[in-house]
Design a binder for this molecule. Sequence first.
Ligand SMILES: [Zn+2]
Length: 238
Amino acid sequence: MFYGYGYGMFYDPTYILVVIGAVICLIASARVKSTFSKYSRYRSACGLTGRQAAEEMLHRNGIYDVQVVHISGQLTDHYDPRNKTLALSDAVYGSTSVAAIGVAAHECGHAIQHQKEYFPLSFRSTLVPVANFGSAICWPMILLGFFMTSNTGYFLIMLGIICFSLSVLFQIVTLPVEFNASHRALVFLRESQMLDPAELKYTKRVLSAAALTYVASAAAMILQLLRLILISGGRRRE
Ligand SMILES: [Zn+2]
């Protein structure tokens, strides 16, 4: 999610903040892909596929109403609380690698959060429509504000920044949700002895690389917000 590419028309020096954010995201994304593909080649000793590992973890946590399904694509794995579906991608669903088991267990971590009504997850779900609305209207509002010379213009920019902040908040709330799901996954894989200590170390690397992509997205959003605040300050002095 990179907001505001169309906003580069202003060519101001603060645009560098947007570029830095985009570069951080690209690095994090390349890193998770290479780490995942590296540990996709390590077959786990337990021999369970991502799907089997997920079902085992769900059942051991008393969850029987979550459906584990296959989804196409790369790193498209997710848990959907609306229909209680745990979707595992091509390289996870039928794979017996330590990376696949790690990702499957992470998604189960979200299903467990949902079952236990883990607060950051519920709060994040509540934020979805608000953040979507905010990100849809913030840029038109800010652009319009810049074309208006009166105080109304300044007011519109401020309102746009507040709307953008909702998306930033969403990215920040995502962090505890993701870290907690990985933590639940690693604790389960260790305690159930599904993975041995060496395998666990590899799985942890995959999940840490994945977590960093969320940190990068949040950092990129904060940098964009900072930029908006800086340019709106400049606009006020004009
Ligand atoms: Zn996750």
